[in-house]
Design a protein around this ligand. Structure first.
Ligand code: NAD
Length: 285
């Protein structure tokens, strides 16, 4: 497999944690998935079952045999010690709250083998903000997945200045072994590669439409025709859902807050939140 990692623990079984745990298990690794209580584990079980259906429908070569095997490789627990003690790699996908991530890694440092690698899937926190709390800064880094991991299969690998190069290399190998395309960052960068590209594009598109410079459809048409991309930025907003981008803009600069107000008035307040609600910038059947 090109990686020495065999046993993986995933902390947090929400939207991303469940997908990561499932994809790792689907790739033939033993996975322990930890969450805080039985209700969260019940929700995780449902997520795993839904993922089995989705994989069979959308992933080339996925059949009952493979998705049943994935479920067998997955073990769910609320026992922190059990989740930590045998792990070669711990991937954290708990809520985006700095103190919670720091305290979780500090506790895991006491319970996990000294050789275990710790990774955070945080989208907006730099790993250097967490690093010292892990007690093993040389074995800590970010491993960042995208929502719908089986389809949008990049895994951004980003260390801090203290991460050992061999640990970065190990996670690049691991990412490839679980069917991801590893994207290595050579330095810490907020937004990694993907959001460093995507967020300015999405914000510029909003500024064009909210400022009355061009219609939503024409902004998208321009992007598609001129670059050959299959989707324009407003189509992307609809897939992402408007709520998260809105929340980020609402706490941004004065210009960002003006864009947020426009999105709220014209879309959020009218229940137009994107594909998931049947309507966003476009209407869906
Ligand atoms: P989520 O709210 O769907 O899931 C969080 C899970 O963590 C829940 O199941 C919750 O019960 C559990 N949890 C809460 N406290 C915990 C604790 N102390 N220990 C263990 N588990 C705990 O969140 P999400 O959207 O899956 O995001 C999780 C992380 O993944 C965040 O850091 C986020 O930035 C990152 N991320 C999210 C996306 C996305 O599209 N949702 C994409 C890439 C990265």
């Amino acid at each position: 497999m090109g990686t020495k990692i065999r046993r993986v623990s995933v902390f947090g079984t929400g939207v991303l944690g469940a997908q990561i745990a499932y994809q790792v298990a689907y790739s033939g690794f033993e996975v322990v998935a930890y969450d805080i209580d039985d209700a969260a584990l019940a929700a995780a079980r449902e997520r795993f079952d839904r993922l089995s259906h989705t994989y069979r429908a959308e992933v080339h070569g996925a059949d009952d045999v493979r998705t049943d095997a994935a479920l067998r490789w997955l073990r769910l627990t609320t026992d922190l010690e059990e989740a930590a003690r045998d792990a070669d790699l711990i991937i954290e996908a708990i809520p985006e709250v700095l103190d919670l991530k720091r305290s979780t890694f500090a506790r895991l440092n006491e319970l996990a083998p000294a050789s275990a690698i710790f990774a955070t899937n945080s989208s907006t926190l730099l790993p250097s903000a967490i690093s010292d709390a892990t007690g093993r800064p040389d074995r800590f880094l970010a491993l960042h997945f995208a929502n719908r991991v089986w389809q949008f299969n990049t895994a951004e690998v980003m260390g801090t200045p203290e991460t050992a190069p061999a640990v970065v290399e190990e996670l690049v190998q691991f990412a490839a072994a679980i069917g991801m395309v590893p994207i290595e960052l050579h330095k810490e960068k907020a937004g990694y590669v993907l959001n460093s590209l995507l967020v300015p594009l999405l914000n510029s598109a909003l500024a064009l439409a909210a400022g009355g410079y061009a219609d939503v459809e024409d902004v998208d048409r321009t992007w598609r025709i001129a670059t050959g991309a299959p989707m324009g930025p407003f189509q992307m907003y609809d897939v992402i859902g408007l709520t998260t981008p809105y929340n980020i803009l609402a706490y941004g600069s004065e210009g960002d807050r003006r864009l947020a107000a426009w999105v709220k008035e014209n879309y959020i307040d009218k229940g137009k939140l994107g594909v998931a609600t049947g309507e966003g910038f476009y209407t869906y059947a």
